[in-house]
Ligand binder design. Structure first.
Ligand code: HEM
Length: 275
C-alpha cells in the first residue's frame, strides 16, 4: 500500500485532519504516488502506468501515449546547450509547440493530459512541476512497455518562456545531427543509441510530415510505424534495419532527403546499431 493511502487511512481512523504531510515530504510523496501506484486505489487520478499503456487510436491508427510522451520529453530536452547550460527538460515545450521543429499533435496531447492531473489532484497541482511530469512520463512509458527501469529524480523547475530552438529535423545531414547532439551533450555513438531507443516507439504521421508518409487508412493522424512493434521497447528497430525488412519511414521513404535514421544508423558502418 502506498504512503499516500496509509496516510489517508490513518487520518480517517483517527478522525484527525492532518494539516501537512509529515514523511518523507509532499513532493517526493506525490511523485512516488504517480510513479508506483499502478492501480488507482480509490483515487480519481488516472495513473501514469495505465495511461502509458494506452493506445489512442481515436487519434489515428498506431498512435499511443507512450510514443507521444517519449517524443515530447526528447523535444523538450533537445534545446539543451551543454556549453552555457541553457535549455533542457524544463517544460519549455509548452511555449514551443507552434514551431516548425515541433510538428504534430503529440505534444499538445501530452501536455493536455499532464496538465489535467493538476485539475484532478491537489497534491500534484501544489507540489509537482510540469517538467517533472514530463520526465516521469518518459520513465513510465519505458518501464510499462517492456523497457528498462530508469532512475528518476524530481525537482525540476518549469521554464517561464521558450528556449532557443534546437530540435533536429530529418532533412539535416549526419554532420548537422552530430553537431546538434554534441550541443545536447551526446557523442556520436550515444546519438545512434538514443534515436534507436526512441524510435522503438510510434512512427511518422502524414499530418506532421506529408512529404515523408502517405495517410494511413485515410487519416492524416495515423502513424506509419518505425518498426513492427511500435507499442513495445525492443530491438526490432535495429534488427529490421539490419536485415532489410524495415518499413521505418525515416529509412525507406520515397522522400530521400528525409532518411535521417538510415544515414545516422549507418554513420559508423553499422557498428552501434549492430551492438
Ligand atoms: C536526428 C534526430 C531525430 C529525428 C530527425 C527525428 C525525427 C522524427 C520524426 C520525423 C518523427 C515523426 C513525428 C510525427 O510524425 O509526429 C519522429 C517521431 C518520434 N520520435 Fe524522433 N527523431 C529524432 C530523434 C529522436 C529521439 C532522440 C527520440 C527519443 C529518445 C525520439 C523519439 C521519437 C518518438 C517516440 C516518435 C514517435 C512519436 C509518435 O508516434 O507519436 N526521436 N521522430
Amino acid at each position: 500500500m502506498s504512503t499516500r493511502a496509509l496516510l489517508a487511512l490513518a487520518t480517517a481512523a483517527s478522525s484527525v485532519r492532518a494539516a501537512v504531510h509529515i514523511w518523507p515530504n509532499p513532493h517526493l510523496d506525490t511523485l512516488e504516488f504517480l510513479r508506483f501506484d499502478t492501480i488507482n486505489m480509490g483515487n480519481s487520478i488516472p495513473t501514469f502506468a495505465s495511461e502509458s499503456r494506452t493506445t489512442n487510436d481515436a487519434d489515428g491508427k498506431n498512435r499511443n501515449n507512450a510514443a507521444d510522451w517519449i517524443r515530447t520529453a526528447y523535444h523538450d530536452m533537445a534545446t539543451y546547450n551543454i556549453e552555457d547550460g541553457t535549455g533542457g527538460l524544463d517544460a519549455s515545450i509548452q511555449f514551443e509547440m507552434d514551431r516548425d521543429e515541433n510538428p504534430g499533435d503529440g505534444f499538445s496531447n501530452t501536455i493536455t493530459f499532464f496538465q489535467s492531473l493538476y485539475a484532478t489532484d491537489d497534491d500534484v497541482a501544489q507540489y509537482v512541476s510540469l517538467a517533472d511530469l514530463i520526465a516521469l512520463g518518459l520513465v513510465s512509458a519505458l518501464e510499462m512497455n517492456d523497457g528498462p527501469s530508469l532512475p528518476f529524480r524530481g525537482g525540476r523547475i518549469d521554464a517561464t518562456e521558450a528556449n532557443a530552438p534546437g530540435v533536429p529535423n530529418p532533412t539535416q545531414s549526419v554532420e548537422e545531427h552530430t553537431a546538434s547532439f554534441a550541443r545536447q551533450g551526446f557523442n556520436a555513438t550515444e546519438m545512434i543509441e538514443l534515436i534507436a531507443c526512441g524510435h522503438s516507439f510510434g512512427g511518422v504521421q502524414n499530418a506532421a510530415f506529408p512529404l515523408v508518409v502517405d495517410k494511413v487508412d485515410g487519416s492524416a493522424q495515423g502513424n506509419v510505424p518505425f518498426d513492427s512493434t511500435p507499442l513495445h521497447f525492443d530491438n526490432n528497430i535495429a534488427t529490421e534495419f539490419l536485415d532489410g525488412t524495415t518499413q521505418n519511414p525515416l529509412v525507406v521513404s520515397k522522400n530521400v532527403s528525409a532518411l535521417s535514421d538510415a544515414r545516422i544508423f549507418a554513420s559508423d558502418g553499422n557498428v552501434t546499431i549492430s551492438a
